[in-house]
Design a protein around this ligand. Structure first.
Ligand SMILES: C[S@@+](CC[C@H](N)C(=O)[O-])C[C@H]1O[C@@H](n2cnc3c(N)ncnc32)[C@H](O)[C@@H]1O
Length: 271
């Protein structure tokens, strides 16, 4: 079994994505989606950005490696009556079956960053974008003090080291790497631009209950808890994550959670 696929099928990212819908919608709002635009959402999950893009009139294809999330996405498309939104299984490192130059916009929000072989990912994203089109990526930033970078950092400290040669997804959050990867795909550095953006995780229960959602449904955190259990460190991991979520919670309502997380927003103009 492909470990990348296994990691994401193990959990149920829909449970986490439920706290990210408002930010997904706001991000899509900023993309200048026009009716009839052809959009590919890579590593789309169950459609946090694909669905609002379709609601704005784009023809959207969501591609994700996890079968359960593709099914959840197609279910959500049906529930919302969106005939212009489809999800299918695929690997961002190899988009075989998707024609060259076929999308006006390729979006990947915390998605393609998790695929192995980042050079292949950049090449594939450029290959399927039409000249004059755009690629927009959202990537978590290594060592950033905000939520997701810290969850991944803490989780990694409890998980056995990855296999030799594994390239951390977090390297997509370093501008020089992004320039190098798109450069190898034929995109000059001046066509790649960056900004710091924010996603807010909103949850209608206290922070420690959101930690439990990550513990039960988010692949990387599930793996960390499994490893911690074996080494008798479950309590320490839960305590560290509770402290992190508590300290970052900005909600004034004690029964709720609202946590902003910074990411690197990458825009690539494809010629
Ligand atoms: C953190 S989730 C983000 C999902 C979605 N973009 C969102 O904003 O809710 C990461 C997603 O990337 C997908 N993914 C991981 N590796 C992938 C790969 N090699 N090809 C395609 N999708 C992948 C996972 O299955 C998961 O849905």
């Amino acid at each position: 079994m492909n470990p990348n696929k296994a990691l994401w099928e193990k959990g149920n990212f829909t449970r986490i994505a439920a706290s990210m819908r408002e930010s997904g919608d706001a991000l899509v709002d900023s993309l200048g989606i026009k009716k009839g635009m052809k959009v590919l959402d890579l590593g789309c999950g169950d459609g946090t950005t694909a669905l609002p893009a379709a609601q704005r009139g784009a023809e959207v294809l969501g591609v994700d490696i996890a079968r359960n999330l593709v099914e959840a996405g197609n279910r959500r498309a049906r529930e919302h009556g969106l005939a212009n939104l489809h999800f299918q299984e695929g690997d961002a490192s190899n988009l075989e079956g998707l024609p060259d130059k076929s999308f006006d916009l390729v979006v990947s929000i915390f998605g393609a960053m998790f695929a192995p072989r980042p050079l292949d990912v950049a090449r594939e994203m450029v290959r399927v974008t039409r000249p004059g089109g755009r690629i927009v990526m959202g990537n978590w930033i290594p060592n950033d003090p905000t939520l997701v970078a810290q969850i991944l950092k803490i989780s990694a400290a409890y998980t056995p080291p990855p296999p030799e040669g594994f390239i951390s997804p977090m390297t997509w959050g370093i501008e020089a790497n992004v320039i190098e990867r798109f450069g190898a795909a034929g995109v000059p550095a001046d066509k790649v631009s960056f900004l710091r953006d924010t996603y807010v995780f909103n949850f209608s229960a206290p922070p420690s209950e959101l930690v439990d959602e990550f513990r039960l449904y988010y692949g990387p955190t599930m793996n960390a808890f499994e490893a911690a259990e074996k080494s008798g460190r479950t309590g320490a991991l839960k305590k560290e994550l509770d402290a992190l979520f508590e300290s970052q919670n900005t909600s004034s309502d004690k029964g709720k959670t609202s946590i902003p997380a910074t990411f690197l927003r990458v825009t690539v103009a494809v010629n």
